[in-house]
Design a protein around this ligand. Sequence first.
Ligand code: 5AD
Ligand code: SF4
Length: 450
Amino acid sequence: MSGRYLIRTFGCQMNEHDSERIAGLLEGEGYGPAQEPAEAEVVVLNTCAIRENADNRLYGALGHLKPLKDANPRLRIVVAGCLAQKDRGLIQRKAPWVDVVVGTHALAGLVELIRSAEREGPQMDVREFTEVFPSALPAHRGSSSHAWVSVSVGCDNACTFCIVPLVRGPQRSRPLGDVLSEVQGLALRGVVEVTLLGQNVNTYGRDLTVPGSGRRARFGALLRAVGAVEGIRRVRFTSPHPHDFTDDVITAMAETGAVCEHIHFPMQSGSDRVLRLMRRSYRADRYLGWLDRIRAAVPGVSVTTDIIVGFPGETEQDFSDTLRVTEEAAFDAAFTFQYSPRPGTAAASFEAPIPKDVVQERFDRLVSLQERISLERNELMVGGTFEVLIEGEGRKGNLKGRTRTNKLVHAAGDSAPGTFTQVRVLAAHPHHLDGELVEVGERRPVPATA
Ligand code: 5AD
Ligand code: SF4
C-alpha cells in the first residue's frame, strides 16, 4: 500500500495520542501525509463521544466525504475512536461508504483492516479489551520535543454524566517497565517533555501487581521514575480524579524536579447536591482543602479544572455555589461545558433537564467570572521571568511556547522549537501571556537517526 493519508482528530488528548499512532502505522506502510481529503487515499476520522454533537459532526464529515468516495472508489474511509467503539455497526448502516470502523481497543490491527477492506469490503473491529497498548505502536509525532505517553486506558469510576467507562471499559494500566522504556526511547530521540495520559491517571497501577514484590505500582512511583529518566525535563499528567489525589502523589510531585507545577483538577460542580448526583465522591469543602494542600506542597502550582453547567436538576442556588467555589478556588483556567445527556449514562435518565436558554445564561456568567480570575492570575506573572519551552511560531511572527505552569506565552525573539528559553512577561491576557526572550538556553541535540 502507498499513497497519502489524512487524519481528523476530534476530542481529547487521548485521541491526539491515538492519532499519532494511526499516522505511525500508516507511515510504516509507506503512506505520506496529505493536506486535503481530495489528495488522500486514506482518510481517518478519529472521533470523540464525550460531548454533544459528536454524532452530528461525524455524520456531517462523512457526508462531505461521500462525493470523494463516489469519484474515487480507491479512497478508504476509516472511523476510529470512541464513537466508533460506541456506535459500532450503526456507522456503516448510516454511512455504507465507510470502509473501516476501528474501536479504541483495536488500533493495532488498523492496517490489516484496511487491506481486508480492499479485498472483501467494509470491515469492523470493536473488541472489548485492549491487548496492545496504543503507546506500544509506532508513532508519527506532531512535535519532536513533546510526546503523549499513555499509562492506562479505561476508567473504573461511574460519574453519572460520563460515557468514558462505557466506551473505554474498565481501567487497564500499562506495566511500569513498558512506560519507562518508551520514555527512555523518547528521551534518546530528543524528547524533553512528556505528558502521561490516563482517563483517571492517578489510579495508575491499581489493576497491576508488580511481579515479585506483592506491591502495587502506584502513580507517585511512576512520577518519580519518569522524572528520573535522563533528558526528560518536564513531566505532565492528565487527568487525575481529585478523590485519588493522595498524599504520596502530592509528595512525589513536590519532590520530583521534572514534574511541572501544574495540575488539572476536574471539579465538575461547586454544589454538594449536584456532586452527589454526579456520583463524585468529594464535596466542595473537601475539594478546596485538597487544593490548599497541593498549593502548600508545590509552590507556584497552577490549577486548571473542568466544570459542567446545567446538570439535570441544577438550581440557581446550586449554580451560585459553583460560582462561589470557582471564585474561592482561583483557578488559572477552566474548561467549561454545557451538560449534554450521553445515551447509556445514568444521568441521561435523570429528571428535570435544564432549559437550553437557562444553561446558556449560566454558562456565560461562569465563563466571564473565570475570564476575570484567569486574567488576575496571569497578571501576577507580569514583570517576572519564566522558563518557556518553545513550540514553534505563534502569531505575528512571534514565538509560541509554554511555561512549566502550562501557560501559553507569545514572545518576541528568535529561537528554534524545542529550545528552553527565559521569557520576561510583559502583558497578561485571560488565555495567554505576552513577553520577550531574555535568554536562549540549550536545545538537546537530536541524533540524525531519530
Ligand atoms: N456533558 C458535558 N460535559 C461532560 N464532560 C464529560 N461528560 C460530559 C457530558 N455528558 C466533561 C467533564 C469532563 C470533561 C473531559 O468533559 O467535565 O471532565
Ligand atoms: Fe468519566 Fe473521569 Fe468520571 Fe471516569 S473519572 S467516569 S473518565 S469523568
